[in-house]
Design a protein around this ligand. Structure first.
Ligand SMILES: *Cc1c(COP(=O)(O)O)cnc(C)c1O
Length: 403
C-alpha cells in the first residue's frame, strides 16, 4: 500500500491559482506602527491587516505585556479550570463585561475557538442551527462540532432567515451571523434578525469581530450602531486581535450563559489559558481605544476618503461603509495579478480567493487603519486604478467574464 501522494494536490492548487503563500514580516519601518512592514527587504504599506485602530504596534500594550510578564512569566501553565486562571484574566473579563454592558464576559484563546465553544454549547444533535451564507468559517465549524443540522439563509436576508425559522420542523437552537462580514465589509441586518430570533425562541449569536472597537458612537460595535440591547442580542462574540491589536477573544452575555460556557464549551475547557501578559496588553489596548476616540474617527474618515479617491480612479467598489473595502475582480487569476501589480507599487493588499469567498467572487480586500496617512490612502487609490487598467489584470478579468 502506498500513501496518497500529496504533490498532485499542491500542483492542482497552483494550476487553479489557489495556492496560498505566506510572506514573512522582517520588521517595521517605523517603531510603534505596523503600517509599514519590511518584506523581502522592501518597505510596503500594509492595507491588509485588521489593525483598525493602529494599536497592534503601539508601545502602550507592549509595555503592559512586558510589565505583566515580569510578574507572571510567559505561560499560564494550565487551563482556566485547573490552575491557569489568573488575576489579569479576571480583570480583563470584568473590563470586557463593562465595555459591552453585559453581566459577564468569558475570555477564549481565539475567536475561532470562541465560536466553536458557543455553537457547540448552545446547540445539539436533533436541533437546527441557522447561519448567514457568508458567515465566518469558525461559525460554520462550530455548527459542525455541535452535531446540530445546519442551514444557511441567503446573505443578509433576514426575511429568508425568518421563513426558515418558521418552516423548520425541529427547534432552531441558534441563529448566528457576523456583525460585519469579514470579506465583504457590509453589516448584517441585526435588528430584523433579532426580531426573527426572538419570535422563534432561538439564541441570536452575533460575531462582531470586525465591528467591536470600530463602529457605533462609542466604539461598542455593530450592536451599538443598530441600537440593540443585550436582550436583543443575548450572545456577543468579540475578538481582541483586530481593533484591539492584541490577541484572544471573548463571549459576553448573561451570567447564566457564561456559566454554561465555562462548564460545557470544549474549546474553553480543554485548552491552556492564554498567557496573562496577553490579557494585560489587551486591557491596556481597551483603555487606549476608549480614551482615544480619534482612532475610530480617523479610520472611518480614511475609509470615506479611500472610497471617494478609488471611485475617481475608476476602481470597482462594493457596498461597504466599514474599513473593509473589497475590490471585486471576478477570478483568482485577476485578483492575483492585481495583488502583484500593487506589490510592485509598494502596497501589500492580499487577493482573497476560494474557498474563503465563493469561486467567481475573488477580490482584493483592502483594509484601512488609523495608522495610515492621507497620502498613503490617496496613493493606494491611484495604484489600484492603474492596476485595474493594466494589461495582465484586464486580460484576467476578461477571461473570467468569458468563462
Ligand atoms: C477573525 C475572525 C474570527 C476569528 O478570530 P481569531 O481571534 O482570529 O481566531 C472569527 N470571526 C470573524 C468574523 C472573524 O473575522
Amino acid at each position: 500500500m502506498q500513501r496518497q501522494p500529496l504533490e498532485p494536490l499542491l500542483a492542482q492548487l497552483e494550476r487553479e491559482h489557489l495556492r496560498r503563500r505566506r510572506r514573512t514580516v522582517e520588521g517595521y519601518a517605523r517603531s510603534g506602527s505596523h503600517a509599514e512592514p519590511l518584506i523581502a527587504g522592501r518597505r510596503l504599506v500594509d492595507f491588509s491587516s485588521n489593525d483598525y485602530l493602529g494599536l497592534a504596534g503601539h508601545p502602550g500594550p507592549a509595555a503592559a505585556m512586558a510589565e505583566c510578564a515580569a510578574r507572571t512569566g510567559a505561560g499560564s501553565g494550565a487551563s482556566h479550570l485547573i490552575s491557569g486562571h489568573g488575576a489579569e484574566h479576571a480583570a480583563l473579563e470584568e473590563a470586557l463585561a463593562a465595555f459591552t454592558g453585559r453581566e459577564r464576559a468569558l475570555l477564549f484563546s481565539t475567536g475561532y475557538m470562541a465560536n466553536l465553544g458557543v455553537m457547540s454549547a448552545l446547540a445539539q444533535r436533533g436541533e437546527t442551527v441557522l447561519l448567514d451564507r457568508l458567515s465566518h468559517a469558525s461559525l460554520i465549524d462550530g455548527a459542525v462540532l455541535s452535531g446540530a443540522r445546519f442551514r444557511r439563509y441567503a446573505h443578509a436576508d433576514a426575511a429568508g432567515a425568518h421563513r426558515l425559522l418558521a418552516a423548520s420542523a425541529r427547534p432552531t437552537a441558534v441563529l448566528a451571523t457576523d456583525g460585519v462580514f469579514s470579506m465583504d465589509g457590509d453589516i448584517a441586518p441585526l435588528g430584523a434578525l433579532a426580531h426573527a430570533a426572538r419570535a422563534h425562541a432561538a439564541w441570536l449569536v452575533v460575531d462582531d469581530a470586525h465591528g467591536i472597537g470600530v463602529l457605533g458612537p462609542t466604539g461598542r460595535g455593530a450592536l451599538e450602531l443598530a441600537g440593540l440591547s443585550a436582550e436583543d442580542v443575548p450572545v456577543l462574540v468579540g475578538t481582541l486581535g483586530k481593533a484591539f491589536g492584541s490577541f484572544g477573544a471573548f463571549v459576553a452575555g448573561s451570567a447564566e450563559l457564561i456559566e454554561l460556557l465555562v462548564q460545557k464549551a470544549r474549546p474553553y475547557v480543554y485548552t491552556t489559558a492564554l498567557p496573562q501578559p496577553v490579557a494585560a496588553a489587551t486591557r491596556a489596548a481597551l483603555a487606549l481605544a476608549e480614551r482615544e476616540s480619534w482612532r475610530r474617527e480617523r479610520v472611518l474618515a480614511l475609509t470615506a476618503r479611500f472610497r471617494a479617491a478609488a471611485r475617481a480612479a475608476g476602481v470597482p467598489l462594493a457596498e461597504s461603509a466599514t474599513p473593509i473595502q473589497p475590490i471585486p475582480l471576478g477570478s483568482a487569476h485577476a485578483a492575483l495579478e492585481a495583488q502583484r501589480a500593487l506589490t510592485e507599487a509598494g502596497f501589500w493588499v492580499v487577493a482573497i480567493r476560494a474557498p474563503t469567498v465563493p469561486a467567481g467572487q475573488e477580490r482584493l480586500r483592502v483594509t484601512l487603519t488609523a495608522a495610515h496617512s492621507e497620502d498613503q490612502v490617496d496613493a493606494l487609490a491611484d495604484a489600484l486604478g492603474r492596476a485595474c487598467r493594466a494589461g495582465a489584470v484586464r486580460a484576467a478579468i476578461e477571461a473570467s467574464e468569458r468563462s
